[in-house]
Design a protein. Structure first.
Ligand SMILES: [Zn+2]
Length: 209
């Protein structure tokens, strides 16, 4: 691409999910809608207000139910990690070492290994569950699932991207995570489609099954 040509950014239509140049989309009730979807979308907005604007008749999962699902997932993953930690920590103190010179290297290595392991397991859990079941156990328990804007199932890239957006970008950066999680929660709470930050980036929706 030559530096003179303006980058032709494309955006998804919130209704059909197809990609359009920004100029071909119109903002209606907080959603970008393409020319083809505009008449139907407008009449739905007029008839049912913003809540009736769902193309697929979806009922979107809001902030509180999704928080509940995250808490259940936290327990699903947290309890085994807690047990693992209880099993590992005593073995540290059994390692032969000079009592005046505790084995700090082993302690640090174990702690780091534990963090890497727990991050890897939680990534495999969330990405795998989203790919194969469309929901984590917490979301299933709350009757929620994650779909693309057009209603299709998530591909690997979207599952990984969504995991990375939430766990690394939104909630993983110390200090900044407070602001980003608050922003994401407000977005999910106020958006007609209840999209959090990672839903906007990955073009996903959380809906009731
Ligand atoms: Zn459209």
């Amino acid at each position: 691409m030559s530096p003179d040509a303006p980058a032709q950014a494309v955006y998804p239509c919130s209704q059909c999910g197809r990609m359009f140049a920004h100029a071909d989309l119109v903002p209606i009730a907080g959603n970008w809608v393409c020319g083809e979807c505009k008449p139907a979308f407008l009449s739905r907005v007029m008839a049912g207000g913003a809540a009736g604007a769902s193309l697929h008749g979806w009922h979107y999962g809001g902030f509180w139910i999704r928080l509940g699902a995250r808490i259940i997932d936290g327990l699903v993953l947290g309890v085994p990690f807690f047990v693992l930690a209880l099993l590992l920590i005593p073995s540290l103190f059994k390692t032969p070492s000079d009592p005046a010179n505790p084995n700090l290297g082993a302690f640090a290595a174990l702690g780091l290994g534990f963090i890497v392991l727990s991050f890897g397991i939680s990534a495999c859990y969330e990405v795998g569950m989203l790919k194969y079941r469309g929901a984590t156990l917490g979301k299933m328990a709350c009757g929620l699932k994650v779909v693309r804007a057009d209603g299709s199932d998530l591909g690997w890239g979207v599952c990984v991207g969504r995991y990375a957006m939430w766990n690394i970008v939104t909630s993983g950066i110390p200090y900044l995570n407070f602001v980003l999680m608050l922003t994401s929660s407000i977005m999910a709470g106020t958006d007609v489609e209840k999209r959090a930050l990672h839903d906007r980036v990955c073009n996903t929706r959380v809906i009731y099954q």
